[in-house]
Design a protein around this ligand. Sequence first.
Ligand code: MLT
Length: 251
Amino acid sequence: MIFVHGFPLDHTMWEAQVAEFSRDFQVLAPDLRGFGASGTTPGVVTMERFADDLAELSHSLGLTAQGLVVCGLSMGGYIAFQFLRKYAALLRGLVLCNTRAAADSDEARENRYRLANAVRQEGPDVVVRQMLPKLVSEPTRRERPDCIARLENMMRRASSEGIAAAALGMAERPDSSALLATVPCPALVIAGELDQLAPPSEMRTMADAIPDARFEIIAGAGHMTPMEKPQEFNRILGNFLHSLEPRSPQG
Ligand code: MLT
């Protein structure tokens, strides 16, 4: 299975999931271009480009024969939609966490352009100021300083150009709402009760549009469900993974 991180983070946001699920599954949790330890591609990196990277990586590691479960959070979800658009035949399960199918509004797009310019001039400080307060719920902010510190470190590790290129890529992403009815495999949709960025009501509507989807809300969590409530998240994901039918050797 492939865990796809959110913006502007890196693979370490999935630490608790990698530890848990590597016992039973082959798990990949890459750093996307421009984030963590990966190299940066300047300009605009589209969600399609990130999805192509994931497909190439899984092919090169010989992981596609049994089918893939793609689990993306937020920007990782936007990338999962592009993966679905181009590589649906590889999917055995789809997990959409704290994300949305709709494209950006004009206002959101303008904000991305402003953010990209500001980050290029001032560095990752800008995203730390703008995004960190919105990523976790109020209870997490009070009770989990470790979680806030990890998020801040991830943002500061990202390259300015990588952040800008992904922000511009998100602004360009197409609306994926029409794809929901075409999901060819079981899906799991996970929302955070207190998520301001991907509200649970919108995520429920998204789940309702997928032919075979379960919908779960994690109480007390904001946008970063896998980090804020790792045990609850892993229980829900584990139940889903173990419910998937094994693929026959013929695929
Ligand atoms: C994320 O967590 O990946 C971002 O909130 C996505 C976004 O800015 O739309």
